[in-house]
Unconditional design. Structure first.
Length: 121
């Protein structure tokens, strides 16, 4: 209904008052509606596809930048690969991940250093 209402309003306020454009649409509202739909639908699909592709990247990047636990885990994995992790750090990371998987929140009193590694309280 809203789409049909839009077509009627645009035809009456814009196309009906401009004879040069009115002749392009066949001179009646049905011709205008067909022309409008033929242009609108493919254009809406193209714009929607572009928006979905570009917006997903922006949202994914924003979520990744705000994910402190994810960043901590990735830093841990990198350090683990490089062999820079101690047994104590492995134990602390395992305990933190177990708290997360069990649904327990990590206490806010736990602080992280500049490398996002947990600092002893």
């Amino acid at each position: 209904m809203t789409f049909a209402n839009f077509i009627v309003i645009q035809y009456r306020l814009l196309i009906d008052r401009m004879p040069s454009i009115d002749s392009l649409t066949g001179g009646n509202i049905i011709g205008f509606a067909m022309t409008f739909i033929a242009i609108y639908v493919p254009l809406a699909i193209i714009i929607g596809y572009w928006h979905r592709k570009s917006q997903w990247r922006v949202e994914a990047e924003a979520l990744f930048n705000e994910n402190r636990i994810g960043a901590t885990m990735w830093l841990f994995v990198i350090d683990l690969i490089d062999g820079k992790i101690t047994e104590q750090e492995k134990k602390e990371m395992r305990e933190m991940l177990l708290k997360i998987t069990k649904g327990n929140k990590i206490p806010k009193s736990e602080k992280f250093d500049k490398d996002n590694k947990e600092v002893n309280k």
